[in-house]
Ligand binder design. Structure first.
Ligand SMILES: Nc1ncnc2c1ncn2[C@@H]1O[C@H](COP(=O)(O)OP(=O)(O)OP(=O)(O)O)[C@@H](O)[C@H]1O
Ligand SMILES: [Mg+2]
Length: 499
């Protein structure tokens, strides 16, 4: 490991000489400067995990140094050294972000305390350094694994994936149908050290109980009538890799008990078997169900929930990610044009207006299918509203009659949502939307345009449209009625929800 670097800033030679000798003995690389300005210069050009700064120094005192470090966002942890008379200022230093302070005289007891403090401060520095690297690595990202998205919400999803992928912690992915839960599960696998191992996906809703159990745990020869062979289950086959339990809330409760045991012991027993088999597994689960309700209703064991949800990733619905809609639509257009050997250059304004205002209950999957259909239907070089708006929506039937505006939303945001929903409910008729809302047609168009223009410019709208102003509360999001087609228990794992 690299030697941790410490900077000592003090004008008393007796202190700096003694301290640097002690810290070098303890294995640190130590540098000494005699005033605050030199400390600042040194910290500007080079990285130090910890700076030990005297409160009273020439040129720039300890407090002023702290202020400069904060203002220039120079990463380091400051431990302030102070005379007894200046303890008040030391407290002030803590309030300004210093890691801690030590009072003079630096006797044996104080030195021991300092020696215990430094590794902790260095740990904090390292963690923050990692977070900074991660944030800058993911900043401006529009794609991650197979995921496309540049919204703040998706970037924080990328950040969580990046952070948890290397561990074996179980991850639970929540989100409405079609938000990309499976893609997130795959990204978790591919970004982990297990990427070379298998990725094994099982749809818990698609399989009858006996088959699911057999798929998960396997069986020995003769375990049940007709079992002439032994068979390894998903846990064994995916050992060294990742197992993806899709629609996990649909799992029968007695299988939940077995699963819980397997997660706790990292051992499984095949059906009809006596042997415990060790498995090395990372579990990723997904659901579009309201889990709090499933727990209350007794459908999901609470202890299993806590085992699976060590880390939770909440995928926001597409309608809350205006920044991504345009990006995804353009990407799907390019992909399906190529696949269908068509030269389609873009969407007409009226098509965009509808795309941006529709509430996309089937999320990315629905958008993808809509664009594919539009490409196939289109007879010109651009996609018009009639190509993209599904026939059953052209008469404006299937719109929710109410919309939810979270407390904390601005009036402008509320107005925009109302305009968008009404516009969609009139199948994209700006004049009628205006009439319904008591606005002029121009006002309606202007409102739609702000969203359209904004959506193309992530840097200026990412926070304004999706971030700070309109925090979608996690709990609220999960409790939203999930607008998906009814989930039949017999649904095939890969079947597309027909749209
Ligand atoms: N961010 C994204 N970027 C690109 N494609 C996406 C994205 N999210 C979803 N998709 C595409 O949308 C479709 C649905 O994604 P996926 O199967 O991962 O959704 P899901 O959340 O698992 O849905 P369900 O709950 O219905 O199983 C897939 O074709 C997938 O490739
Ligand atoms: Mg899925």
């Amino acid at each position: 490991m690299k030697q941790a670097k410490i900077l000592i800033a003090d004008d008393e030679a007796a202190i700096t000489t003694g301290l640097s000798a002690i810290l070098e003995d303890a294995g640190y690389a130590v540098e000494v400067v005699a005033d605050g300005q030199k400390a600042l210069d040194t910290l500007t050009v080079d990285r130090y995990g910890v700076v030990l700064a005297d409160l009273k120094m020439p040129k720039l005192d300890g407090l002023a140094l702290l202020r400069e470090l904060q203002q220039r966002q120079i990463p380091t942890e400051a431990i302030i050294i102070t005379g007894q008379a200046t303890v008040d200022s030391a407290v002030q230093a803590m309030q300004q972000g210093a890691y801690d302070y030590i009072e003079k005289p630096l006797n044996a007891e104080k030195l021991n305390r300092l020696k215990a403090l430094i590794p902790k401060a260095l740990d904090k520095y390292e963690v923050q350094q990692k977070n900074r690297e991660l944030a800058s690595k993911l900043e401006g990202l529009t794609h991650y694994g197979e995921l496309t998205g540049q919204s703040e919400a998706m970037r924080s999803v990328y950040q969580v994936i990046e952070a948890v992928a290397p561990s074996t912690a179980s991850v639970l992915i929540l989100g409405e149908s079609g938000t990309g839960k499976e893609l997130v599960a795959r990204a978790l696998h591919h970004k982990s050290d297990r990427a070379k191992g298998p990725f094994f996906a099982l749809n818990c809703a698609a399989l009858p109980k006996e088959i699911l159990e057999n798929e998960l745990f396997g069986h020995e020869k003769g375990a049940f009538t007709g079992s002439t062979n032994e068979k390894a289950g998903a846990f064994e086959m995916a050992s060294g890799g990742t197992i993806f339990l899709d629609e996990m809330a649909e799992m029968p409760t007695d299988i939940q008990v077995k699963l819980l045991r397997a997660i706790e012991t990292r051992q499984i027993r095949r059906l009809g078997g006596k042997r415990e088999i060790n498995v090395d597994i990372r579990i990723v689960a997904a659901t579009n169900k309201n889990l709090q309700k499933a727990i209350v209703d007794g459908e999901l064991r609470e202890d299993l929930y806590y085992r699976l949800a060590v880390v939770e990733i909440d995928l926001p619905p597409l309608r809350e990610r205006a920044d991504d809609i345009q990006l995804l639509a353009n990407e799907f257009l390019a992909r399906f044009s190529q696949q269908n050997s068509k030269t389609i250059t873009g969407f007409e304004d009226a098509a965009w207006e509808w795309i941006m205002s529709y509430h996309w209950p089937g999320n990315v999957r629905e958008l993808k299918n809509a664009v594919e259909r539009a490409v196939i239907m289109s007879r010109s070089s651009t996609i018009g509203p009639n190509d993209i708006i599904p026939r059953h929506l052209r008469s404006g039937g299937e719109m929710p009659a109410a919309l939810t505006i979270p407390v904390g939303a601005t009036a402008a945001e509320a107005r925009r949502q109302l305009v968008l929903r009404t516009f969609a409910s009139t199948s994209g008729d700006a004049a009628r939307t205006g009439k319904v809302l008591g606005l002029s047609e121009e006002d309606v168009r202007a409102e739609l345009l702000t969203l359209l223009n904004g959506a193309g410019d992530a840097s200026s709208t990412a926070s304004a449209d999706n971030g700070a102003e309109l925090p979608a509360p996690r709990a609220a999001r999960r409790q939203e009625p999930v607008a998906t087609p009814a989930r039949a228990a017999s649904k095939k794992p890969s079947s597309k929800k027909g749209r």
